[in-house]
Design a protein around this ligand. Structure first.
Ligand SMILES: [Cu+2]
Length: 88
């Protein structure tokens, strides 16, 4: 099996185990740009997270990681910052 196929299968397996490489979260409780920054910082602190895009108008956060991370860890980071999150 070539390396690309192998890593693809690994991604699928990790996704099934509730781990993600890329995930969109619905965020509840944001009201201004400060909220956006707080969530951005909180998510970026989660080990493995490589980029975070928070959209205030859509109430969404798009998280990309450089390795599979537990989606629950991302949600917890948002909750700890004082907001609510769920996968969409
Ligand atoms: Cu705010």
């Amino acid at each position: 099996m070539n390396i690309y196929l192998e890593s693809w299968f690994l991604n699928v397996k990790e996704t099934l185990m509730n781990k993600v490489i890329q995930v969109k979260l619905k965020i509840d409780g944001m009201s201004c740009q400060h909220c956006v920054m707080r969530i951005q910082k909180a998510l970026q602190k989660v080990p493995g997270v490589s980029s975070v895009k928070v959209d205030l108008a859509k109430e969404e956060a798009e998280v990309t990681t450089d390795r599979a991370v537990q989606v629950q860890d991302l949600i917890s980071a948002v909750v700890d910052a004082g907001y609510e999150a769920r996968v969409i």
